[in-house]
Design a protein around this ligand. Structure first.
Ligand code: NI
Length: 226
C-alpha cells in the first residue's frame, strides 16, 4: 500500500530545512547503499549523525509523531533517523530494493525496514524528472509531491528515482519498523481503522462502534510482532 501523508511539515519548517541543506556538507550517496543498490545510486547525501542531519531529523520525527494519518498507516515501532539526499541534474537511482535490516548508527539498535518513506523538500516546479517510481502488485506508480508531503511505501517493493533533468530535487528518506510486519495485515488495519473512524463520527452512540473497535484491537493483537 502506498500512503500519501500531506503537510507533514509547515512552511517555516520547510524553510528551515532548506536553509540547513544550503550550508550542509554533501557526500556521495553510495555511503549508505547496499551492494546491488550502490551500482544504481548516483546522488548526494548529508552524512549520517551530523548536527545538520540531526536537527532536521528531529523536526521530521516530531512532526510524524503528531500525524494521526502517519501513525495509523505505519503503526510505527521504530523510526530510522531521517537521512537527506539531493539529486542534481542527471543524477538518478535505478531500480533496487532497500536493505532488510538497518543498524542505527552509534547505537546497538537494529531496525527491520518494513516501510520506506520519502519526504519531499523541493517544490515540484523547482525540478523536472526526479519522480519516485514504486512497483507494486497494482503496477507502477510515479510519485512527485509538494514540499513537506510524505509518501509511505513497502520497503520490499522495487523502486527507483527517475533522472533529474533540470534543477535539484531535495528530500528526506528513512525507514520504519512497524508493529505489524506484513504489509497486507497493516493495510487491512488501516482500512478498518479509517472506516471505524467514519462510522464513529456518523453514529457516535451506536453500540456496534464498541464491537467494531474490539475487532480492530483483536486483529492488531493477532498481527503485531512487538
Ligand atoms: Ni530505496
Amino acid at each position: 500500500m502506498l500512503v500519501h501523508v500531506p503537510d507533514v511539515l509547515t512552511g517555516p519548517q520547510i524553510s528551515r530545512c532548506r536553509e540547513v541543506m544550503a550550508y550542509a556538507k554533501w557526500i556521495d550517496g553510495r555511503a549508505t547503499a547496499g551492494h546491488q543498490s550502490a551500482r544504481a545510486k548516483h546522488n548526494l547525501q548529508i552524512p549520517e549523525g551530523t548536527p545538520e542531519a540531526r536537527e532536521m531529523g528531529e523536526l521530521i520525527v516530531g512532526a510524524l509523531e503528531r500525524s494521526p494519518l502517519f501513525i495509523s498507516a505505519a503503526l510505527p515501532h521504530r523510526i530510522f533517523p531521517p537521512l537527506f539526499n539531493r539529486y542534481d541534474e542527471s543524477m538518478t537511482f535505478g531500480f533496487h530494493v532497500d536493505n532488510a535490516i538497518r543498524q542505527i548508527t552509534g547505537t546497538p539498535l537494529r531496525l527491520r525496514t518494513d516501510l520506506s518513506a520519502t519526504l519531499f523538500l523541493s517544490r515540484p516546479e523547482e525540478y523536472d524528472g526526479g519522480e519516485l517510481v514504486v512497483e507494486d502488485t497494482y503496477g507502477s506508480h510515479a510519485v512527485k509531491l509538494p514540499a513537506g508531503h510524505l509518501i509511505l511505501y513497502p520497503a520490499a517493493s522495487l523502486h527507483r528515482v527517475n533522472p533529474v533533468t533540470r534543477g535539484a530535487r531535495l528530500a528526506s528518506f528513512f525507514w520504519i519498523q512497524s508493529m505489524v510486519r506484513a504489509d497486507a495485515d497493516r493495510t487491512l488495519l488501516f482500512e478498518l481503522g479509517t472506516v471505524l473512524q467514519q462510522f464513529e463520527q456518523a453514529v457516535p452512540d451506536h453500540p456496534a462502534v464498541i464491537d467494531l473497535t474490539g475487532v480492530y484491537y483483536n486483529l492488531f493483537r493477532r498481527w503485531t510482532d512487538t
